[in-house]
Design a protein around this ligand. Structure first.
Ligand code: 3EB
Length: 343
Protein backbone atom coordinates (compact mmCIF):
# COMPACT_ATOMS: atom_id res chain seq x y z
CA UNK A 1 0.00 0.00 0.00
CA UNK A 2 1.57 3.29 -1.05
CA UNK A 3 1.29 6.32 1.21
CA UNK A 4 -0.88 8.10 -1.35
CA UNK A 5 -3.37 5.32 -1.58
CA UNK A 6 -6.58 5.52 0.35
CA UNK A 7 -7.15 2.41 2.38
CA UNK A 8 -10.10 0.43 1.15
CA UNK A 9 -12.67 -0.30 3.84
CA UNK A 10 -12.22 -3.86 5.04
CA UNK A 11 -14.92 -6.37 5.72
CA UNK A 12 -17.62 -3.76 5.17
CA UNK A 13 -19.31 -5.65 2.40
CA UNK A 14 -22.43 -7.01 3.95
CA UNK A 15 -24.28 -8.90 1.24
CA UNK A 16 -27.23 -7.15 -0.40
CA UNK A 17 -30.27 -9.31 -1.14
CA UNK A 18 -31.00 -10.35 -4.71
CA UNK A 19 -29.44 -9.31 -7.99
CA UNK A 20 -31.05 -6.49 -9.98
CA UNK A 21 -29.48 -7.10 -13.40
CA UNK A 22 -27.00 -9.27 -15.22
CA UNK A 23 -24.79 -8.67 -18.22
CA UNK A 24 -25.25 -10.81 -21.31
CA UNK A 25 -22.21 -10.07 -23.35
CA UNK A 26 -22.41 -10.04 -27.12
CA UNK A 27 -26.09 -10.87 -26.97
CA UNK A 28 -27.40 -7.40 -27.69
CA UNK A 29 -30.33 -6.95 -30.00
CA UNK A 30 -28.33 -4.77 -32.39
CA UNK A 31 -29.41 -1.47 -33.89
CA UNK A 32 -32.23 -2.90 -36.01
CA UNK A 33 -34.02 -5.22 -33.58
CA UNK A 34 -36.28 -3.98 -30.80
CA UNK A 35 -34.91 -4.43 -27.28
CA UNK A 36 -36.31 -7.19 -25.06
CA UNK A 37 -38.77 -5.83 -22.50
CA UNK A 38 -36.56 -6.43 -19.46
CA UNK A 39 -33.60 -4.57 -20.95
CA UNK A 40 -32.02 -2.08 -18.60
CA UNK A 41 -29.35 -1.08 -21.09
CA UNK A 42 -27.85 -2.09 -24.40
CA UNK A 43 -24.20 -1.01 -24.47
CA UNK A 44 -22.45 -1.24 -27.82
CA UNK A 45 -19.97 0.50 -30.07
CA UNK A 46 -21.25 1.86 -33.34
CA UNK A 47 -23.77 4.29 -34.83
CA UNK A 48 -26.96 5.13 -32.91
CA UNK A 49 -30.04 2.99 -33.54
CA UNK A 50 -32.89 4.55 -35.46
CA UNK A 51 -35.60 3.80 -32.89
CA UNK A 52 -34.24 6.27 -30.31
CA UNK A 53 -34.92 3.86 -27.42
CA UNK A 54 -33.46 5.66 -24.35
CA UNK A 55 -32.05 2.37 -23.04
CA UNK A 56 -29.58 2.16 -25.92
CA UNK A 57 -26.03 3.35 -25.39
CA UNK A 58 -24.16 3.59 -28.71
CA UNK A 59 -20.59 4.78 -28.37
CA UNK A 60 -19.14 6.00 -31.68
CA UNK A 61 -15.81 4.15 -31.56
CA UNK A 62 -14.58 1.79 -34.26
CA UNK A 63 -14.57 -1.92 -33.32
CA UNK A 64 -11.44 -3.86 -34.30
CA UNK A 65 -12.21 -7.20 -32.72
CA UNK A 66 -15.22 -8.77 -31.02
CA UNK A 67 -18.97 -8.65 -31.40
CA UNK A 68 -20.49 -5.40 -32.70
CA UNK A 69 -23.70 -6.51 -30.96
CA UNK A 70 -22.19 -5.39 -27.68
CA UNK A 71 -23.82 -6.28 -24.40
CA UNK A 72 -27.25 -6.38 -22.94
CA UNK A 73 -27.89 -5.61 -19.29
CA UNK A 74 -30.97 -7.65 -18.49
CA UNK A 75 -33.07 -6.61 -15.52
CA UNK A 76 -34.51 -9.07 -13.02
CA UNK A 77 -37.43 -6.70 -12.46
CA UNK A 78 -39.66 -4.49 -14.58
CA UNK A 79 -37.87 -1.55 -16.17
CA UNK A 80 -39.07 2.02 -16.34
CA UNK A 81 -37.39 4.30 -18.86
CA UNK A 82 -37.73 7.60 -20.62
CA UNK A 83 -36.27 11.03 -21.30
CA UNK A 84 -36.27 14.05 -19.07
CA UNK A 85 -34.76 17.33 -20.23
CA UNK A 86 -31.41 16.33 -21.78
CA UNK A 87 -31.24 12.98 -20.00
CA UNK A 88 -32.08 9.50 -21.17
CA UNK A 89 -32.61 7.10 -18.28
CA UNK A 90 -33.67 3.60 -17.39
CA UNK A 91 -34.27 2.16 -13.91
CA UNK A 92 -35.60 -0.91 -12.15
CA UNK A 93 -35.99 0.13 -8.52
CA UNK A 94 -32.44 -0.88 -7.58
CA UNK A 95 -30.23 0.59 -10.30
CA UNK A 96 -30.45 3.44 -12.75
CA UNK A 97 -28.61 4.06 -16.03
CA UNK A 98 -28.36 7.67 -17.14
CA UNK A 99 -27.03 9.24 -20.34
CA UNK A 100 -26.20 12.84 -21.10
CA UNK A 101 -24.56 14.19 -24.24
CA UNK A 102 -22.99 17.63 -24.53
CA UNK A 103 -22.36 18.97 -28.03
CA UNK A 104 -18.95 20.36 -28.89
CA UNK A 105 -20.37 23.89 -28.95
CA UNK A 106 -21.28 23.45 -25.27
CA UNK A 107 -17.66 22.65 -24.37
CA UNK A 108 -16.13 26.05 -25.19
CA UNK A 109 -15.69 26.56 -21.45
CA UNK A 110 -14.71 22.97 -20.70
CA UNK A 111 -14.25 23.25 -16.93
CA UNK A 112 -17.58 25.02 -16.46
CA UNK A 113 -19.45 22.67 -18.81
CA UNK A 114 -18.17 19.53 -17.07
CA UNK A 115 -18.86 21.04 -13.65
CA UNK A 116 -22.44 21.85 -14.63
CA UNK A 117 -22.99 18.43 -16.20
CA UNK A 118 -21.84 16.68 -13.02
CA UNK A 119 -23.99 18.91 -10.81
CA UNK A 120 -27.05 18.30 -13.00
CA UNK A 121 -26.41 14.56 -12.95
CA UNK A 122 -26.09 14.53 -9.15
CA UNK A 123 -29.37 16.45 -8.86
CA UNK A 124 -31.12 14.01 -11.20
CA UNK A 125 -29.81 10.99 -9.28
CA UNK A 126 -30.88 12.48 -5.94
CA UNK A 127 -34.34 13.39 -7.23
CA UNK A 128 -34.91 9.86 -8.55
CA UNK A 129 -33.64 8.12 -5.41
CA UNK A 130 -30.39 6.68 -6.82
CA UNK A 131 -27.88 8.99 -5.14
CA UNK A 132 -24.86 6.67 -5.36
CA UNK A 133 -22.81 6.94 -8.53
CA UNK A 134 -21.17 3.54 -8.98
CA UNK A 135 -19.61 3.76 -12.40
CA UNK A 136 -19.30 6.42 -15.07
CA UNK A 137 -18.05 6.38 -18.66
CA UNK A 138 -16.83 9.59 -20.31
CA UNK A 139 -16.27 9.76 -24.08
CA UNK A 140 -14.69 13.09 -24.95
CA UNK A 141 -13.82 14.34 -28.43
CA UNK A 142 -10.13 15.11 -29.00
CA UNK A 143 -9.30 14.26 -25.38
CA UNK A 144 -5.58 15.01 -25.81
CA UNK A 145 -6.12 18.28 -27.71
CA UNK A 146 -4.32 21.31 -26.24
CA UNK A 147 -0.89 21.50 -24.64
CA UNK A 148 0.20 21.20 -21.01
CA UNK A 149 -2.47 22.24 -18.52
CA UNK A 150 -4.65 23.46 -21.42
CA UNK A 151 -5.14 19.87 -22.56
CA UNK A 152 -8.85 19.05 -22.85
CA UNK A 153 -8.56 16.06 -20.51
CA UNK A 154 -6.87 18.15 -17.82
CA UNK A 155 -9.54 20.83 -18.13
CA UNK A 156 -12.18 18.12 -17.92
CA UNK A 157 -10.56 16.92 -14.67
CA UNK A 158 -10.74 20.43 -13.20
CA UNK A 159 -14.48 20.71 -13.83
CA UNK A 160 -15.17 17.21 -12.51
CA UNK A 161 -13.10 17.85 -9.37
CA UNK A 162 -14.94 21.10 -8.66
CA UNK A 163 -18.25 19.24 -8.82
CA UNK A 164 -17.36 16.27 -6.62
CA UNK A 165 -14.93 17.77 -4.08
CA UNK A 166 -17.72 19.34 -2.07
CA UNK A 167 -17.09 17.64 1.29
CA UNK A 168 -14.05 16.41 3.22
CA UNK A 169 -14.87 12.74 2.64
CA UNK A 170 -15.60 13.00 -1.09
CA UNK A 171 -12.74 10.64 -2.02
CA UNK A 172 -14.65 7.78 -0.43
CA UNK A 173 -17.59 8.24 -2.76
CA UNK A 174 -15.82 8.43 -6.10
CA UNK A 175 -17.16 6.04 -8.74
CA UNK A 176 -15.21 3.71 -10.98
CA UNK A 177 -14.71 5.37 -14.37
CA UNK A 178 -13.54 5.34 -17.95
CA UNK A 179 -12.39 8.45 -19.85
CA UNK A 180 -11.63 7.88 -23.52
CA UNK A 181 -11.18 10.13 -26.52
CA UNK A 182 -13.33 10.03 -29.63
CA UNK A 183 -12.84 11.39 -33.13
CA UNK A 184 -16.11 13.32 -33.15
CA UNK A 185 -16.54 16.26 -30.78
CA UNK A 186 -18.66 16.61 -27.66
CA UNK A 187 -18.83 14.70 -24.41
CA UNK A 188 -21.00 11.67 -23.68
CA UNK A 189 -21.56 10.65 -20.08
CA UNK A 190 -23.07 7.31 -19.13
CA UNK A 191 -23.72 6.68 -15.45
CA UNK A 192 -24.65 3.58 -13.48
CA UNK A 193 -26.09 4.57 -10.09
CA UNK A 194 -27.78 2.86 -7.20
CA UNK A 195 -29.65 3.36 -3.96
CA UNK A 196 -26.77 2.46 -1.66
CA UNK A 197 -23.03 2.96 -1.71
CA UNK A 198 -20.90 0.32 -3.40
CA UNK A 199 -17.55 -0.63 -1.92
CA UNK A 200 -14.66 1.37 -3.27
CA UNK A 201 -11.66 -0.73 -4.22
CA UNK A 202 -8.27 0.83 -4.90
CA UNK A 203 -5.24 -0.87 -6.45
CA UNK A 204 -2.26 -1.73 -4.23
CA UNK A 205 0.09 -1.35 -7.23
CA UNK A 206 -1.15 2.14 -8.07
CA UNK A 207 -1.42 5.48 -6.35
CA UNK A 208 -5.10 6.35 -6.17
CA UNK A 209 -5.89 8.51 -9.21
CA UNK A 210 -7.43 11.15 -6.96
CA UNK A 211 -4.00 11.45 -5.26
CA UNK A 212 -1.91 11.77 -8.43
CA UNK A 213 0.72 14.50 -7.97
CA UNK A 214 0.74 17.87 -9.74
CA UNK A 215 2.74 16.97 -12.89
CA UNK A 216 -0.30 15.13 -14.30
CA UNK A 217 -2.51 18.18 -14.11
CA UNK A 218 -3.81 20.97 -11.85
CA UNK A 219 -6.55 18.68 -10.47
CA UNK A 220 -6.28 14.93 -10.10
CA UNK A 221 -8.74 12.58 -11.82
CA UNK A 222 -11.74 11.95 -9.57
CA UNK A 223 -12.39 8.22 -9.82
CA UNK A 224 -11.69 5.03 -7.94
CA UNK A 225 -10.18 1.87 -9.42
CA UNK A 226 -13.26 -0.30 -9.00
CA UNK A 227 -16.66 -0.54 -7.37
CA UNK A 228 -17.75 -3.76 -5.69
CA UNK A 229 -21.49 -4.43 -5.53
CA UNK A 230 -21.97 -7.28 -3.06
CA UNK A 231 -25.30 -8.73 -4.19
CA UNK A 232 -25.97 -12.05 -2.50
CA UNK A 233 -26.95 -13.72 -5.78
CA UNK A 234 -23.70 -12.75 -7.44
CA UNK A 235 -21.34 -9.96 -6.45
CA UNK A 236 -20.22 -7.62 -9.22
CA UNK A 237 -16.89 -5.86 -9.60
CA UNK A 238 -16.94 -2.93 -12.04
CA UNK A 239 -13.37 -2.10 -12.95
CA UNK A 240 -12.29 1.31 -14.22
CA UNK A 241 -10.19 1.81 -17.29
CA UNK A 242 -6.88 0.26 -16.24
CA UNK A 243 -3.57 0.98 -17.89
CA UNK A 244 0.17 0.56 -17.61
CA UNK A 245 0.59 2.80 -14.59
CA UNK A 246 2.65 1.67 -11.62
CA UNK A 247 2.65 3.99 -8.64
CA UNK A 248 1.68 7.07 -10.61
CA UNK A 249 4.20 6.64 -13.44
CA UNK A 250 3.54 5.37 -16.93
CA UNK A 251 5.43 2.12 -17.56
CA UNK A 252 6.67 1.04 -21.01
CA UNK A 253 5.98 4.20 -23.02
CA UNK A 254 6.02 3.29 -26.70
CA UNK A 255 5.51 -0.47 -26.25
CA UNK A 256 1.84 -1.52 -26.47
CA UNK A 257 2.51 -5.23 -25.85
CA UNK A 258 4.47 -4.49 -22.65
CA UNK A 259 1.79 -2.00 -21.58
CA UNK A 260 -0.83 -4.71 -21.99
CA UNK A 261 1.13 -7.14 -19.79
CA UNK A 262 1.55 -4.47 -17.12
CA UNK A 263 -2.17 -3.67 -17.34
CA UNK A 264 -3.03 -7.35 -16.83
CA UNK A 265 -0.78 -7.44 -13.76
CA UNK A 266 -2.64 -4.39 -12.43
CA UNK A 267 -5.99 -6.11 -13.02
CA UNK A 268 -4.78 -9.23 -11.17
CA UNK A 269 -3.62 -7.14 -8.20
CA UNK A 270 -6.97 -5.35 -8.14
CA UNK A 271 -8.95 -8.61 -8.19
CA UNK A 272 -6.88 -10.05 -5.36
CA UNK A 273 -7.40 -6.89 -3.31
CA UNK A 274 -11.12 -6.78 -4.05
CA UNK A 275 -11.63 -10.37 -2.92
CA UNK A 276 -9.56 -9.79 0.19
CA UNK A 277 -11.28 -6.61 1.36
CA UNK A 278 -14.79 -7.14 0.08
CA UNK A 279 -15.53 -10.84 -0.17
CA UNK A 280 -14.07 -12.52 2.92
CA UNK A 281 -13.39 -16.21 2.37
CA UNK A 282 -13.52 -15.93 -1.40
CA UNK A 283 -10.60 -16.08 -3.77
CA UNK A 284 -9.73 -13.79 -6.69
CA UNK A 285 -9.62 -16.87 -8.92
CA UNK A 286 -13.39 -17.16 -8.48
CA UNK A 287 -14.09 -13.93 -10.37
CA UNK A 288 -15.59 -14.54 -13.82
CA UNK A 289 -15.36 -11.92 -16.55
CA UNK A 290 -18.65 -10.66 -17.96
CA UNK A 291 -16.93 -8.18 -20.22
CA UNK A 292 -13.57 -6.80 -21.25
CA UNK A 293 -13.26 -3.67 -23.35
CA UNK A 294 -9.82 -2.88 -24.70
CA UNK A 295 -9.17 0.67 -25.94
CA UNK A 296 -6.30 0.86 -28.41
CA UNK A 297 -4.93 4.26 -29.38
CA UNK A 298 -3.43 3.17 -32.70
CA UNK A 299 -5.40 0.55 -34.66
CA UNK A 300 -2.18 -0.49 -36.41
CA UNK A 301 -0.92 -1.78 -33.01
CA UNK A 302 -3.48 -4.61 -33.00
CA UNK A 303 -1.07 -7.23 -34.42
CA UNK A 304 1.43 -6.33 -31.69
CA UNK A 305 -1.03 -6.97 -28.86
CA UNK A 306 -3.13 -9.79 -30.31
CA UNK A 307 -1.08 -12.67 -28.86
CA UNK A 308 -1.15 -10.96 -25.46
CA UNK A 309 -4.90 -10.47 -25.62
CA UNK A 310 -5.46 -14.14 -26.47
CA UNK A 311 -3.14 -15.31 -23.71
CA UNK A 312 -4.41 -12.95 -21.01
CA UNK A 313 -8.15 -12.96 -21.65
CA UNK A 314 -8.63 -16.32 -23.37
CA UNK A 315 -12.18 -16.78 -24.55
CA UNK A 316 -13.76 -14.27 -22.16
CA UNK A 317 -16.12 -11.77 -23.84
CA UNK A 318 -13.78 -9.17 -25.28
CA UNK A 319 -14.07 -6.22 -27.59
CA UNK A 320 -11.21 -4.13 -28.93
CA UNK A 321 -12.06 -0.60 -30.03
CA UNK A 322 -10.05 2.36 -31.25
CA UNK A 323 -9.89 5.11 -28.64
CA UNK A 324 -7.46 7.65 -27.27
CA UNK A 325 -6.34 7.03 -23.70
CA UNK A 326 -6.28 10.17 -21.58
CA UNK A 327 -2.54 10.09 -20.78
CA UNK A 328 -0.63 10.61 -24.02
CA UNK A 329 2.03 7.94 -23.49
CA UNK A 330 -0.60 5.31 -22.82
CA UNK A 331 -1.34 3.20 -25.90
CA UNK A 332 -3.82 0.74 -24.43
CA UNK A 333 -6.37 0.60 -21.62
CA UNK A 334 -8.62 -2.21 -20.42
CA UNK A 335 -11.89 -1.98 -18.52
CA UNK A 336 -13.76 -4.95 -17.17
CA UNK A 337 -16.84 -6.22 -15.40
CA UNK A 338 -16.56 -9.34 -13.25
CA UNK A 339 -18.99 -11.43 -11.29
CA UNK A 340 -18.36 -13.66 -8.28
CA UNK A 341 -20.86 -16.51 -8.60
CA UNK A 342 -22.50 -18.18 -5.63
CA UNK A 343 -20.75 -21.24 -4.35
C1 3EB B 1 -5.26 6.07 -15.15
O1 3EB B 1 -5.20 5.05 -14.50
C2 3EB B 1 -5.60 5.92 -16.61
O2 3EB B 1 -10.18 10.27 -15.63
O3 3EB B 1 -11.99 9.11 -15.41
C3 3EB B 1 -8.58 5.62 -16.51
C4 3EB B 1 -9.93 5.57 -16.12
C5 3EB B 1 -7.96 6.85 -16.63
C6 3EB B 1 -10.64 6.75 -15.86
C7 3EB B 1 -10.78 9.20 -15.65
C8 3EB B 1 -8.69 8.01 -16.36
C9 3EB B 1 -10.02 7.97 -15.97
O4 3EB B 1 -5.03 7.18 -14.66
C10 3EB B 1 -6.53 6.94 -17.08
Amino acid sequence: MTASQIETVRGAAEAWPGLPYRIESCRAAGPHAPLPERTLCEFRFGPPAADGDPRRVAVGLQILQGDAGGELWLSERPVHYGRERDFAYSENGEVLVLQLHLEETELAEMEEAVYRAYVRIAAFLDAHGYPQMWRVWHYLGDINGGEGDAERYRRFCIGRYRAVADSPDFERRLPAATAIGTRGGGLSLIVLAGRRPGLQVENPRQVSAFRYPRPYGPRSPSFSRATLLPWADGARLLVSGTASIVGHATAFAGDPAAQLRQTAANLQALLAHAAQVGLPGRDAGEFRADSYIVYLRHPEDLPRVRAGLDELFGDAPLRVVVGDVCRRELLIEVEAAYRMPLR
